[in-house]
Design a protein around this ligand. Structure first.
Ligand code: ZN
Length: 682
């Protein structure tokens, strides 16, 4: 299905690739000059489609109302996906400018849809028809959730309350932006220059070199350190000089303390007022209502149960660290700025495990081939190279996914290596959301991107174990998209509740830790040998080192988040309240002046962000560890189990409640025991 028949105004040159048949994605032809004209046309087109659904005289049928709404922005979505993607992976100054210029109109259009009063009336009119009454399955859910979505945007409010909601949203955007800027300013304003190399003892060479470069780039002599993550983490983990670590720790954890301590109560108050206006008891209920957790209370109970079950191991780890410290220096204490440092010393002493030793066993080609082999065994699909597609860089590979029956399910691009024109990190996204349609199955299209260790002239790309996990993780997201069998495109694939979306990705990482699946692809790139037993066991043992501390840290943040958004933090100052809540989750008492909450950008740098959502990190881990137990019990290559996972989760998108999908696969509700076992905390 192309755009050819949609009838575009003649002023647009037919050669604009963003307006041509997007079934063959024109990555080699899109240029900055195409962006604005194409998006203008597509925005007009989408607006016209929405208007014709919303028109008072329009027929109120599922096809003309709901299905039309589901596809109204499809052409626009695809063009935007292509432009955003190119801007992220093959950017030029012109493309960035073009996208920056076009973006506000695009964002404004998307956010206007749930606020469109006429459209809301049309949907309600359809909802009162006999056809709507008789809807079942994903169509029923689509109607119900659409109505819920409009209500969450205030569609049912009086005009006075609508105005109040609007001014809350404006103010919330304002205050949260200021919060984020304050953190950024405080982070970048501070530097620490070491003139004497003797004071760098303990730091790895890479950190010393980075500090040298950083100083040189500022025209300074010596070694320059900052509060940016790589610099700060290296200092806290490795620097021998405790007094300098203390300086860093204190400055880092007091960033933006005063300015943001005044903003947090404002943000919490605005969120509370918004939630109440929309009929929720507090912001945590508002934020979780359309997630798997479903209520702030359920999220809090979940976090609390994990805390109780982690507590004992946490105390043991903390005692072990003190003991280790005192084995070096009797009567020594552990201060907050010593924890990461001594933990690293202890890890090295106990495991002598160097991540680098694994690299020769993980050549990218072997890993990817092993991943495809695994997916073929368990999910019954065939992934094959499909050369010839237009790509944005010659390193990009193009593949097809076929079902066992031979049907084409999807095609996708893999772009694994860094480039100067490409942003950092690893991610997956979609270009085409296909699925079953009246005229047959329409294949999906998507991509996976990473910034993995590139090949060198004399050796292939050799990955760390965590890079291997990254490939499996992103491919899990891709399968969620590419195996979708949902007819409603906005409910297909990865368009699921965000405390559920990491289940398909994280579960894939488990296959990177099983001997039998590692043996599929982990072979020395020169000798072809499997990972030696001793190295494998070291890797497994190091996995659970201080796992209770890592977990308690996440649970502490989640507890703080929920307490603040459930209005249960108490009446004292925000810094005091936050520190009181965090204290039981910290391995040593928090020092005077600690004000981490004032730099907690996850919660406060965005109108919603991770507000009342921090728990979802652990939530998703519980789901993936639990679901993987079926493979552990029935066989990690068991195709029956794999097909059950495919049918219950990977094909279903958001067509049913996530809790029901999980039950469909596991036959019961999630249980945190598997995660605790995986972390060695049971
Ligand atoms: Zn993910």
């Amino acid at each position: 299905m192309g755009l050819g028949g949609a009838g575009y105004p003649e002023r647009v040159a037919p050669s604009n690739p963003l307006l041509s048949d997007l079934d063959s994605l024109p990555f080699d032809r899109v240029e900055a000059v195409h962006v604005r004209p194409a998006l203008d046309v597509l925005l007009d087109d989408a607006r016209r489609r929405i208007d014709s659904i919303a028109a008072p005289g329009a027929p109120k049928t599922f096809d003309r109302t709901m299905a039309a709404l589901d596809t109204a922005t499809e052409n626009l979505d695809m063009a935007v996906a292509i432009v955003r993607h190119l801007e992220a992976v093959a950017t030029t100054a012109e493309l960035r400018d073009a996208w920056n210029e076009a973006q506000p109109a695009v964002i404004q259009f998307y956010s206007s849809i749930p606020l469109n009063g006429q459209l809301w009336r049309a949907i309600k009119d359809f909802a009162s028809t006999g056809e709507a009454d008789a809807l079942t399955g994903v169509r029923r859910r689509f109607l119900d959730k659409t109505i819920e979505g409009f209500r969450r945007h205030g569609a049912d409010l009086s005009s006075k309350d609508k105005q109040a909601l609007e001014s809350i949203d404006v103010e919330l955007a304002n205050v949260t932006t200021r919060f984020a800027q304050n953190v950024l300013d405080a982070t970048t304003a501070w530097e620490y220059v070491v003139p004497d190399p003797a004071r760098l003892a303990g730091l790895p060479e890479s950190a010393v070199a980075a500090a040298r470069d950083s100083a040189a780039s500022k025209g300074i002599e010596g070694w320059r350190f900052t509060l940016q993550q790589p610099s700060y983490v290296a200092v806290m983990t490795y620097l021998d000089d405790a007094a300098t670590r203390e300086v860093f720790y204190r400055v880092y954890n007091a960033r933006a303390a005063e300015v943001n301590a005044a903003l947090i109560p404002q943000i919490l108050d605005l969120r509370r007022r918004k939630a109440r206006l929309l009929g929720y008891a507090d912001f945590s209920d508002f934020a979780t209502a359309d997630r798997m957790a479903a209520s702030g209370e359920a999220a809090a109970c979940f976090v609390d149960e994990l805390r109780c079950r982690t507590e004992a191991a946490f105390q043991c780890e903390n005692e072990a660290l003190i003991e280790f410290r005192r084995s070096r220096e009797p009567d020594a204490t552990i201060e907050p700025w010593d924890v990461a440092y001594w933990a690293e010393k202890m890890r090295t002493a106990l495991y002598e495990f160097d991540e680098e030793d694994l690299r020769p066993y993980f050549s990218l080609d072997n890993v990817v081939a092993g991943l495809f082999d695994l997916c073929s065994r368990i999910f019954g699909i065939r992934v094959t190279p499909a050369p010839g597609a237009a790509v944005w860089d010659e390193a990009v590979r193009h593949y097809q996914i076929h079902d066992a029956s031979g049907a084409l399910l999807a095609h996708f691009y893999a772009d694994w290596f860094p480039r100067e024109t490409k942003r950092g990190g690893a991610w997956m996204d979609s270009f085409v959301t296909g699925g079953p349609a009246a005229d047959g199955f329409r294949p999906h299209a998507g991509f996976v991107c990473g910034n993995l260790t590139p090949p060198l002239p004399d050796r292939p790309s050799l990955l760390t174990h965590s890079e291997v996990e990254t490939i499996f993780h992103e491919f899990g997201h891709l399968l969620h998209h590419c195996l979708s069998q949902v007819e409603i495109r906005s409910f297909a694939g990865t368009n699921v509740a965000w405390d559920f979306v990491e289940l398909p990705s994280q579960i894939m990482e488990n296959w990177c830790w099983e001997r039998i699946s590692l043996d599929l692809f982990a072979r020395h790139y020169q000798t072809g040998q499997l990972i030696p037993d001793e190295l494998f066991h070291k890797m497994i043992r190091a996995r659970t080192f201080r796992a209770a501390n890592a977990q308690m840290r996440q649970l502490g943040f989640a507890t703080l988040d929920l307490a603040l958004h459930r209005d249960s933090a108490g009446e004292c100052s925000i810094i005091e309240a936050a520190n009181r809540i965090l204290a039981p989750f910290c391995p040593v008492p928090l020092p005077e002046g600690y004000a981490m909450v004032c730099a907690f950008t996850h919660l406060f740098a965005d109108p919603v962000g991770y507000g009342a959502g921090y728990y979802s990190y652990k939530w998703a881990e519980v789901l993936d560890a639990d679901a993987f137990t079926r493979f552990l019990n029935e066989g990690v290559f068991n195709s029956g189990t794999g097909m059950a996972f495919r049918n219950a989760i990977l094909e279903k998108g958001n067509s049913q409640e996530p809790a029901d999908l999980f039950r469909l696969f596991m036959g019961r509700d999630p249980n945190p025991s598997a995660l605790l076992a995986r972390l060695g905390l049971n």
